[in-house]
Design a protein around this ligand. Structure first.
Ligand SMILES: *Cc1c(COP(=O)(O)O)cnc(C)c1O
Length: 431
């Protein structure tokens, strides 16, 4: 079944039920409730290995991987990042706090952000090894540590939704060529440790060619800046994944890494530059396919010729279909091999017409009370989840070799009240 290829590597149908890492999804839904998010450790590990092997095969210089934490971050994931020897990209003091709680030392923490607050900069000074500068105002606020990289906007377009383009002229992200040169001058004058150049073109693209154009422009700049023998080039992240069976085959990490690595080697030769440390910065392509969302089907109804499957989650835990028309697929947790009985529309319980997770997916006949598993749910879902309509954010479970461990408990209404203060109750009484 082609749809099964979207699920984590350890997914099987045993008897009649979907299993991941040897864990029965029906039993997990029963135990932990729904909506439930699952992460398969083996799939996470394989994704890291794919990048590492491709880098080892294609790039003769030093290299590494930074995980872009905004795709999904919690304490347990930060611990996994530490175990795997990855660096972590944080974009706020909040993400840095999670990184530190997960045991990551400063030389593994890198900080991004277009408008870093005073608190973010202070957290970066204490907890991070690298800060990636977005603008000249920010640069003027920095001191001798952490190490500085400059975010260059190379004016290159990738094939993706307009909302997730970040590398074109006029983007809110980064410095243009003149500003990078100005920043280089300022760093020399003030004795600041400028050690790298970075760009990030956008997200969920599957053609590497635009990245090579950006590498070319960045190396031309590097040659003018004089970064010394030991410097880092980060081509950002953004490599796409398949979300729907129509998107298969999976975009190949090896081909992407090879194309970028070859462009760096050729460009360095042309400009007489030493090979930089090549530091990729993937988010989605590391975690998306390791994650699965499980929902309970509360009701089935027909309106205007459509079969609606009403789930207990949607917009509040996954805003991507509403934000940029992301397309998903799904399987029933039991009886996944049943033939399709026509198209189905999957909607959540929230008060927005845009709360439609999946539109028109061929799907078997299912009944209220069944569970539905949505693959490729590991990136930009929980990290963008909200409490809209008083939604309590889902529980998250880590699956590894037949064991399931809760790594984030489900929110409860008391969590929603934790920050609230009363106008009516005297503060001394409320204790
Ligand atoms: C979001 C982001 C990434 C990761 O993007 P993915 O599409 O998840 O791979 C990398 N670098 C920066 C600066 C980002 O903003």
């Amino acid at each position: 079944m082609k749809r099964l290829l979207l699920f984590p590597d350890t997914t099987q149908i045993e008897g009649d039920v979907l299993t991941i890492a040897g864990c029965d999804l029906a039993a997990l839904a029963e135990t932990f409730g729904t909506p439930l998010y699952l992460y398969d450790r083996a799939t996470l590990d394989h994704a890291v290995e794919a990048y590492r092997q491709a880098l080892a095969a294609a790039y003769p210089g030093p290299s590494g991987l930074t995980y872009a934490g905004k795709a999904f971050l919690c304490r347990a994931l930060a611990e996994w990042i530490g175990q795997r020897g990855l660096w972590l990209d944080c974009s706020s003091q909040g993400e840095m706090a999670i990184a530190v709680a997960g045991g990551l030392p400063p030389d593994r923490i890198l900080v991004h952000g277009v408008n870093k607050s005073a608190a973010d900069l202070e957290a970066a000074r204490r907890h991070a090894g690298v800060i990636v500068v977005d603008n000249l105002t920010e640069l003027a606020r920095l001191a001798e540590r952490p190490e500085i990289w400059l975010r260059f906007c190379p004016d290159v377009q990738v094939e993706t939704h307009a909302h997730i383009q970040t590398g074109r002229a006029g983007s809110k992200f980064g410095l243009d060529e003149k500003q990078v040169e100005e920043a280089g001058r300022l760093c020399r004058e003030k004795g600041l440790p400028l050690k790298g150049l970075h760009f990030h073109l956008g997200s969920q693209f599957r053609e590497a060619a635009p990245v090579t154009a950006a590498v070319e422009r960045t190396l031309a700049l590097a040659a003018r800046l004089g970064l010394g023998e030991e410097w880092t080039l980060s081509p950002g992240g953004g490599w796409g994944v398949a979300y729907h069976e129509d998107d298969l085959p999976q975009p190949e990490v090896a081909a992407y890494v090879q194309t970028v690595a070859q462009a760096v080697v050729a460009g360095c030769r042309r400009y007489g530059l030493p090979l930089p440390r090549l530091q990729f910065e993937p988010g989605r392509s590391l975690v998306a396919r390791a994650g699965v969302a499980v929902y309970r089907l509360g009701a089935v109804k027909q309106t205007g010729g459509r079969r609606w499957l009403l789930l207990d989650g949607g917009l509040a835990d996954n805003p991507r279909p509403a934000l940029y028309a992301a397309r998903y697929s799904a399987l029933p947790v039991r009886g996944a091999a049943r033939p399709a009985a026509g198209p189905a529309w999957f909607a959540g319980p929230y008060c927005e017409s845009g709360d439609v997770l999946i539109a028109g997916l061929p799907f078997p006949a299912v009944e209220a009370g069944e569970w539905v598993a949505v693959p490729v749910s590991g990136a930009y879902q929980l990290s963008m989840a909200s409490n809209y309509n008083g939604a309590c954010r889902p529980a998250v479970v880590w699956l590894e070799e037949g064991t399931a461990r809760l790594i984030q408990r489900r929110e409860v209404p008391a969590d929603l009240l934790r920050r609230d203060l009363s106008l009516l109750v005297n503060p001394s009484e409320s204790r």
